[in-house]
Design a protein around this ligand. Structure first.
Ligand code: FRU
Length: 478
């Protein structure tokens, strides 16, 4: 299904109730809905936005075009949570209803200031010739979820960047507000601009400089940059589009990556002693991850389980995309770990010893142990014809492989049907979260992560063990 530009940018108020009901009815027909992941009520979900803590709760928005599985006139949809596992979608929306965001409320962040939540986002504006002007704009959300937009443009497009200038992330460092914005230089190199709020007033931003983070590899654009601090070390999470494969080994259309620094110098601004670039996720789908430091100091992250420019089997049901579980970020031995927040264990209901199963609910967690130097092969979403999502753990050869060529509806083949994650030759623990059409695999409690979609046939819900000595537990999840 293709949507014309006119349809994708049709004002929200022009969609009739009948049209909207038809879309919702179609969404409901899908056999692939997730049980414990955030999905759009309708249309396309992309980036997590405004992930924050405000008024005693966590808040998380998602980018959405509600009228079909396409990138159209974007809004933010609000959800809130007490425990980072159960989220409730409210009626609050950041709507593209203002001259400063006429062609979409693009991605951004949020921060509690006084008694309100400050939303910092990109207003996507196009003129009659479809020439884009990206504006960094703001809004305030009160405790009742009412949003009022600020009239002024907080940051205008600088003269040294193209129309690609977006995704402001506000953060506080040493009691001073900063914002970083992803962008593209006039000679088509991706980089990150840093601004600070004068006197901590979010109405008043001054440019400090371009972030020095030992940026190599010629990305042509950096989307969704996030800086979080873990044990006082700056960790940059970003989406460097088009980065060279010599610099970063990746197979997805665009990678999601990170770098760890040892300290942060706000005056240059610079991350000091920066690590080489690493893949944040080794699966088929994880992009535009958003992270923030919660008031208790934890660094928390959520990813879009999806990618730009890929068609998904759910498209014919008028929706696409999901958000990952909330992952806590920590540093161990200089490495970034990502693991679901503790409260995820509240979803566990029945527990049993791990073994083959002909039929599961496709809604479970596995905690598995695989000895060093064992090659183990496992199939999830398995049927009795030998099909399934194949997971090979081969520590002596140093990798874990995920092969989705033999499961359900195959899609996105142009980027391959296999993903490989390098591992060390040691005993491996896997925590695998399966949710109907989503699988999130955490290796060694978050040392590496593989996040993917699969769209199984109705009879593909088994677990088969092809080879190896795998022990552990199966937990049914609520
Ligand atoms: C990343 C992205 C952002 C942009 C948003 C628009 O997926 O392209 O850079 O703000 O999506 O929906």
């Amino acid at each position: 299904m293709t949507f014309s530009r006119d349809l994708r940018y049709r004002p929200y108020q022009d969609w009739t109730t009948e049209e909207k009901n038809k879309i919702k009815a179609n969404v409901n027909k899908s056999p692939w809905h997730a049980n414990y992941h955030i999905e759009p009520k309708s249309g396309l979900l992309n980036d997590p936005n405004g992930f924050s803590f405000f008024n005693g709760k966590f808040h998380l928005f998602y980018q959405n075009w509600p009228f079909g599985a396409a990138h159209g006139l974007k809004q933010w949809v609000h959800t809130e949570s007490d425990d980072l596992v159960h989220f409730t979608e409210t009626n609050t929306r950041l709507l593209p209803d203002n001259p400063n965001d006429s062609h979409g409320c693009y991605s951004g962040s949020a921060y509690e200031i006084g008694s309100k939540l400050f939303l910092f986002y990109t207003g996507n504006v196009r003129d009659e010739n479809w020439v884009r002007t990206p504006l960094q704009v703001g809004a305030w959300m009160d405790k009742e979820g009412n949003i009022s937009k600020m009239d002024t443009i907080l940051i205008n497009q600088p003269s040294d960047v193209t129309e690609h200038f977006r995704d402001p992330q506000i953060f506080s460092y040493q009691n001073q507000f900063y914002v970083i914005v992803g962008t593209q230089s006039l000679d088509k190199e991706g980089f990150i601009k840093v601004y600070k709020a004068e006197q901590n007033d979010v109405n008043n931003w001054t440019f400090i400089g371009n972030l020095d983070f030992d940026n190599k590899g010629h990305a042509y654009m950096i989307e969704c940059p996030n800086l979080v601090f873990i044990d006082n070390k700056p960790v940059l999470i970003y989406s460097p589009q088009g980065i060279s494969h010599d610099e970063l080994d990746y197979n997805n259309i665009y990678p999601n990556a990170y770098k760890i620094g040892q300290s942060f110098d706000t005056s240059i601004p610079k991350m000091n002693q920066v690590s080489s670039i690493q893949n944040l996720d080794y699966g088929f789908e994880a992009y535009a991850t958003q992270a923030f430091n919660a008031p208790d100091g934890r660094a928390l992250a959520v990813s879009w389980i999806g990618l730009p420019e890929i068609d998904y089997p759910t498209d014919r049901f008028d929706y696409q995309g999901a958000l990952s579980l909330v992952k806590e970020l920590t540093l161990k031995d200089g490495k970034l770990y990502q693991y679901p927040v503790d409260s995820i264990s509240t979803l566990r209901s029945k527990q049993q010893e791990f073994g083959p199963q002909e039929k599961t609910s496709n809604c479970y967690e596995l905690e598995l142990h695989i000895p060093k130097e064992e090659k183990s092969i496992l199939k999830l979403f398995a049927d009795n014809k030998g099909n399934g999502l194949s997971l090979t753990v081969d520590s002596s050869n140093g990798f874990i492989t995920l092969d989705r060529s033999q499961v359900g509806e195959v899609f996105g083949q142009e980027y391959g049907t296999i993903r490989k994650c390098p591992i060390e030759n040691k005993a491996i623990t896997l925590n695998i979260f399966v949710d109907n059409s989503i699988v999130e695999i955490f290796i060694n409690k978050g040392e590496k992560v593989m996040t993917s979609r699969v769209f199984p046939e109705q009879d593909q819900s088994g677990i088969s063990i092809i080879s190896g000595n795998i022990t552990g537990h199966y937990f049914e999840l609520n």
